[in-house]
Design a protein around this ligand. Structure first.
Ligand code: WTA
Length: 633
């Protein structure tokens, strides 16, 4: 694959060029302690750390900057007040596109401090867990930072999830409070979030308070438990001291899908996380003081955590928060925003790029995009056509395309072509970030070294500051999932290829995790939801290649006997059930009723075969299975 030269407009103008990248990377690997000590000086510390890092992958132990005292919220807000208190920190645009709100660093600090005072007033203290469930409104960012300010551990639940997701997550981390909004708005639709929360909290008696942001009409409030944010705001002061926290105190829990039905509570801690997210944000987006940076992800995912709020604000950047979708009310929404706010950097997912590509170039071209310099992508492999469209049509061949590979577990970007330093190859995430030592291993865990092209399991050899520290409440699962298959390394779950130039090409998950429109879902999560629809006795879920979403959900199900409805009615019922209880994202595209599922002798479902059937590659199953109606596949 040919390299795309660095656009002329960026040459010699970026934070680092190729020789600086090579030198810094070398230093970060040869002398990680020296490198990270130097980088960590850029944060504001209440007390300096004693030890830079200590890790033992055999024991699943990871620690950074122990002995240090720090506050992430202080690093994101307070320390900027003197030099840029009046600079815009957050630009928020509502669903309709008619309303914009801008908050300066000073204003964000006040909003955050007030909410932190409300949390304290309601009995929350350092170490308590709070679930946050709302759409992309400014209060979501404020509430998140308010937790960080007082050492309360937030667990943001994506606003597109349904009540079961709330129920299991709130229970798993024993939350004391839920912060939500009356409604969320997306693409002209209004969703009654509070009603979903009420249903999600049924049978849970340990939630002390539900704090509700009014975003729409009034909603019923449960006496003694539910409080309105606007009423509480009247009762608190505008100042709240930032808590002195240990580097390794937990900052947040974010649930992500794994290969069992139960999502994992990924735990990130303070200092390492904020150091790594701010450093990657700076270099990956080649940050400049007057940048207007727009990450179009949702705060409910790790991309939103690290690159809408924490990284950008720690760097004193103006970050854009967007309530809507890329195609509402028209397919030029992103580019209209680029023109309106003079956005310099855009970060989105291949699925959005593919959806917009299909809508035609005219939606892009009618808006002025000359402010754009960096175009980022994340969440799934980007295909050549989508990459080229992003580069040629959106970026006019003037922008760097940064394909960033990373995970909820990694906290920040691990592999990416730094603008101006690494020539891109469409579809490749290119080279590791400073301090990251990726390697490919075969099934036996032998490293595939050398300069020739190799394909294997993607592992990381050395710890990095924003590595996840544990699975909440289940350290054994942390160890088992990431450190057991290939001892002494962190196993990412992805397969990848490294070419002769040392560029990494991510192939995709090697485990039972699906990636639907950039959203991570476990096959067994979807399976248990399908089973709970009460129409099937057994099922197996696999991913099927999809032109826009990357992967779509395909279900093989064995029906319960003696159902009176038609197959079509049952399919509708299953789809609705999955949508209402789990998430609209998880709704199956294809459902095939079968009389049996292909299994190994030990009873494991042979997903590889099912994937082939779903993809139409395999029609003839021979003796392997007794699928009821293979022709439908
Ligand atoms: C996939 C999202 C190819 C990968 C930040 C990973 C990618 C999973 C890329 C993590 C990329 C992420 N190219 N695949 N640039 N970025 N992935 O936890 O399979 O939601 O393991 O984190 O997304 O998804 P997660």
């Amino acid at each position: 694959m040919k390299k795309i030269p660095i656009p002329m407009s960026l040459q010699k103008k970026t934070l680092c060029d190729s020789s600086q990248y090579e030198a810094l990377y070398k230093q970060s690997v040869d002398d990680p302690e020296g490198f990270w000590n130097e980088q960590a000086e850029q944060l504001a510390w209440f007390k300096k750390w004693d030890r830079t890092f200590h890790f033992d992958f055999h024991k699943a132990e990871v620690k950074w900057f122990t002995g240090g005292k720090i506050n992430v919220c202080y690093n994101c807000l307070d320390r900027h007040i003197e030099s840029k208190g009046d600079k815009t920190a957050i630009i928020w645009e509502d669903d309709s596109g008619k309303l914009t709100k801008k908050y300066s660093y000073k204003e964000v600090l006040i909003e955050v401090s007030k909410i932190a005072n409300i949390l304290k007033r309601n009995g929350l203290k350092k170490g308590d867990r709070v679930a946050i469930y709302m759409g992309m409104i400014p209060e979501l960012a404020f509430a998140t930072l308010a937790c960080a300010r007082i050492g309360v551990v937030h667990s943001i639940i994506f606003g597109g999830f349904s009540y079961e997701a709330i129920n299991t997550r709130v229970k798993d981390s024993d939350c004391k409070m839920v912060i939500t909004a009356s409604h969320s708005k997306r693409a002209g639709k209004t969703i009654n979030l509070k009603a979903i929360v009420d249903k999600g909290l049924e049978g849970i008696d340990f939630i002390e308070k539900v704090l509700v942001v009014k975003h729409g009409e009034n909603v019923p409030m449960q006496k003694g438990r539910d409080v309105w944010l606007h009423e509480e705001l009247e009762l608190v002061g505008v100042e709240c001291e930032a808590e002195l926290l240990d580097s390794e105190d937990p900052l947040f829990i974010l649930y992500t899908s794994g290969s069992t039905g139960k999502p994992k509570g990924v735990v990130h801690t303070q200092a390492g996380y904020i150091l790594y997210t701010s450093l990657t944000h700076k270099y990956v987006f080649d940050l400049r003081e007057d940048d207007i940076y727009f990450c179009a992800a949702d705060l409910g995912w790790i991309t939103g955590h690290s690159y809408i709020i924490y990284g950008p604000l720690a760097n004193g950047t103006t970050t854009v928060m967007f309530e809507s979708t890329p195609t509402y009310p028209h397919a030029g929404r992103y580019w209209e925003m680029v023109e309106k706010y003079k956005i310099t950097s855009l970060y989105t997912a291949p699925t959005a790029i593919r959806a917009l590509l299909k809508e035609g170039d005219e939606h892009v071209k009618k808006f002025d995009r000359s402010s754009l310099r960096i175009l980022g992508t994340v969440g799934e492999p980007i295909n050549y056509d989508a990459w080229m469209w992003y580069y040629q049509v959106v970026g006019n061949e003037n922008c760097a395309i940064v394909d960033t590979w990373w995970q909820t577990e990694t906290g920040g970007v691990m592999i990416a072509p730094l603008p101006g330093a690494i020539e891109a190859k469409p579809g490749s995430a290119a080279k590791p970030f400073f301090g990251i030592q990726p390697c490919l291993v075969d099934a036996e865990g032998r490293e595939l070294a050398g300069d020739s092209e190799v394909t294997g399991n993607l592992c990381i050899k050395h710890s990095w500051p924003s590595q996840m520290r544990t699975v909440y409440g289940d350290h054994e699962r942390f160890k088992e999932t990431y450190f057991t298959k290939f001892p002494g390394m962190f196993y990412t779950g992805d397969g990848a290829k490294r070419d002769a130039d040392g560029y990494y090409w991510i192939i995709g998950r090697n485990d039972d995790v699906l990636n639907v429109a950039g959203h991570r879902l476990g096959t067994s999560e979807v399976e248990s939801s399908v089973i709970k629809s009460a129409k099937v006795v057994e099922c197996a879920v696999v991913g099927k290649a999809h032109e826009v979403k990357g992967e779509s959900i395909f279900v093989f199900a064995i029906l319960r006997p003696n159902l009176s409805e038609s197959h079509e009615e049952i399919k509708q019922h299953i789809r609705r059930h999955v949508k209402d209880t789990l998430s609209p994202i998880a709704m199956p595209d294809g459902i095939l009723f079968v009389s049996d599922l292909p299994k190994t002798r030990s009873g494991k479902i042979m997903r590889r075969i099912l994937r082939k059937i779903a993809g139409g590659e395999q029609k003839d199953f021979g003796d392997i299975t007794t699928l009821a109606d293979p022709a439908v596949a």
